[in-house]
Ligand binder design. Sequence first.
Ligand SMILES: *[C@@H]1O[C@H](CO)[C@@H](O)[C@H](O)[C@H]1NC(C)=O
Ligand SMILES: *[C@@H]1O[C@H](CO)[C@@H](O)[C@H](O)[C@H]1NC(C)=O
Ligand SMILES: *[C@@H]1O[C@H](CO)[C@@H](O)[C@H](O)[C@H]1NC(C)=O
Ligand SMILES: *[C@@H]1O[C@H](CO)[C@@H](O)[C@H](O)[C@H]1NC(C)=O
Length: 215
Amino acid sequence: MFGLFFLSTLSTFPIHLARAVSTPDDFSGIGQITVINSSDWRTADPKKDTVGCLDDHGQISLADCGTFARLKDYPWTLSSKIGNCSFTDKTMPTNNESWYGKSDHAWSCDPSYVAEIYDELYTIGGFPYTFLCWGDVACYYDAKTVPSKESPKSWLWQYRWGSQQRDITPGHTMIQLIWNKTGDLPKREDVVPAPGPRVFVNEKQTPLLQGQGIQ
Ligand SMILES: *[C@@H]1O[C@H](CO)[C@@H](O)[C@H](O)[C@H]1NC(C)=O
Ligand SMILES: *[C@@H]1O[C@H](CO)[C@@H](O)[C@H](O)[C@H]1NC(C)=O
Ligand SMILES: *[C@@H]1O[C@H](CO)[C@@H](O)[C@H](O)[C@H]1NC(C)=O
Ligand SMILES: *[C@@H]1O[C@H](CO)[C@@H](O)[C@H](O)[C@H]1NC(C)=O
């Protein structure tokens, strides 16, 4: 799941950076998910680039922000009051305009879905914000539109690219998700730390973390 991933460890991370730096443990508890227009995490700025937030169904919304909770043990997945969230619901719209994402279903929260480890989102230490990644270090997503007064909600899919479509789906917007923690889950003794890449990136040596490339 986390193959081909060669990044520095905490010990080599420059601790003199002025900006706040996120750690994997910042993605926990209860929070909202901010959606930003971004194709490069190094320059992404939620103050300038925010286009909305995710609602309880998993749709991008202008202001109807949902509340999500991350399971504090296996499989460390997200749920809203609607249910567990994943890319697996086959009743959700497909990314039909994308060359590689034609059969992908939109991220959504489903009342009857039992989440699995493949549904886990995670973050990577060293990010300036708690960006949420999926699968093989895919830290960007594909949105058909961003919300506007005319079209207040929009779905998001995995961002996939390859030789037939090197960039975001034409006409779509490349986005990133940021965890905006608002609280903790009730305390419990048997917390199991989430797996995922316990590694750190910095702006000088990192790849762009666009994990869904198809050769
Ligand atoms: C997090 O939420 C707070 C309160 O709603 C808001 O003021 C802040 O701008 C949000 N931060 C991000 C990165 O979206
Ligand atoms: C997203 O950002 C890019 C680059 O700044 C800009 O060209 C584009 O218009 C923005 N898209 C939306 C939907 O705001
Ligand atoms: C994708 O689906 C939408 C909505 O069903 C449809 O309007 C559009 O023509 C489709 N586009 C392609 C490229 O198939
Ligand atoms: C959501 O997924 C978790 C983890 O698999 C599971 O324990 C829980 O029962 C699921 N919730 C529902 C409503 O199916």
